[in-house]
Design a protein. Structure first.
Length: 302
């Protein structure tokens, strides 16, 4: 359990670092290209890691590709495509609220889709995690109506459903394989989906097609997104879901803005007091969930 928690913390560090990285490169690159490029980099690196570190072929025989195309394409790739388009067209405040509600969506997917009822105490955990996430993500002092809808909000909800479903189904469909192999195999159809979305966006004039050559600094950013965010981050996430379940893993997602704020603070931009309190509430929610889980395991042994 300790390794799963540490892995999820590392994943949140990588994914939290994605936010300032994207803010840096979005001035020169469109979001459709940036959604796809990190997986173009991660996929061959994962294949090389399997070849060097595990026995047998990179893709073991007997894989149900019809199911993998559904799980990786609709779940993994669907999340990336829907999230990218949703963020582009949603009001930032409502987008942040929906992002903070990720643990609730994961709980509903596990409950309604798989009959996994939330254990006692989940309500308080979710309240702390969602409240903290909203405080950390939302700046209520922005001008205009903070709760207006931009049109992309339904896509953000669907993207959260896709990610929760993928997180559960990847472990069920490829049970017995290493998390590196699970990540690699399910990433193959996801790359196809995200590449298709990028090409369609380019044909529609929404993305630059073909992309220009990146500068050395941009290429360094792309490497970070591919190796740390899309590669190691998803591996650690899948391992955390396998060991702790999708609900607890999803609570960790609300640490992403806390990490992003910490990075900007280290660069000289002080966080708002709401962001500090929000981060503390998310950590309290995680501590409560882990304590309840430890108590249940201890009671089961006796």
């Amino acid at each position: 359990m300790l390794l799963a928690n540490l892995g999820l913390l590392l994943a949140m560090l990588f994914w939290g670092g994605l936010i300032p990285s994207l803010n840096f490169v979005l001035a020169r690159w469109d979001p459709y290209f940036l959604s796809a490029v990190r997986y173009w980099i991660a996929l061959p690196l994962l294949a090389a890691a399997i070849r060097l570190g595990e026995a047998g072929p990179v893709v073991p025989p007997g894989v149900n590709w019809r199911r993998i195309v559904l799980v990786g394409g609709l779940g993994f790739g669907g999340f990336g495509a829907l999230y990218t388009i949703g963020v582009a067209y949603a009001n930032p405040v409502t987008a942040a609220i929906l992002s903070a509600a990720g643990p609730v969506i994961a709980t509903l997917v596990a409950w309604l889709g798989y009959g996994s009822r939330p254990p006692p105490g989940t309500g308080l955990t979710l309240l702390l995690a969602i409240g903290g996430g909203m405080l950390a993500m939302i700046d209520w002092h922005t001008a205009g109506n903070p709760l207006r809808l931009g049109g992309g909000e339904p896509l953000l909800l669907l993207s959260a459903v896709c990610w929760s479903w993928y997180s559960i189904e990847a472990q069920r469909t490829l049970s017995g394989l290493s998390q590196v192999r699970i990540t690699f195999i399910t990433m193959i159809p996801a790359v196809a989906v995200l590449t298709g979305v990028y090409i369609l966006a380019g044909l529609a004039g929404r993305a630059e097609l073909p992309p220009p050559l990146p500068s050395p600094l941009d290429f360094t950013m792309f490497l970070y997104m591919g190796v740390a965010v899309a590669g190691l981050g998803v591996i650690f996430w899948n391992h955390g879901v396998q060991r702790l379940g999708v609900v607890i893993a999803s609570i960790y997602l609300n640490l992403i803005p806390v990490v992003a704020v910490s990075i900007t603070a280290a660069r000289g931009t002080l966080p708002r007091i709401e962001q500090v309190i929000g981060g503390a509430l998310v950590l309290a929610g995680l501590a409560h969930a882990q304590f309840r889980s430890f108590t249940r395991r201890r009671a089961a042994r006796h």
